[in-house]
Design a protein. Sequence first.
Length: 146
Amino acid sequence: MKMETKSRSFNSITLPNYDFTLNAPEFKKEGEEFTIWFFEGILERNPNYIDCLMYLANTYTAQGMYEKGLLTDQKLCRLKPESPLVHYNLACSYALLKNINAAFEALKRAIMLGYKDIYHLERDEDLAHLREDVRYQKLIEKLKFS
């Protein structure tokens, strides 16, 4: 990545032109690859940084790195055991890996803890593998009448 700056003047002070290149491979990353590298770097120093873990888990999942997403979601569940959203995301990770029984357990826990977004739940593609199971409709009905 080559960066240039032009000469600039500030009240009769002229700054010289600088031309430098960032050669480190980590600075050549782009998009989600950079995002993952960045969040993983933050977590090296602050391994329990909740917001960073949540963003990283979502990024892993969006990139098809489901196993890494699952491990991150499991860590989040240990750090925030009473969070319905964390358990919902864990259910999504299990479902993407086709671990249907674990997905249902996590989804039940999310609902028990207060997850109520039926609209999102019914449209979330991460849960597609659960919709073929009779337990899914039972959970939806229970959620609608709670």
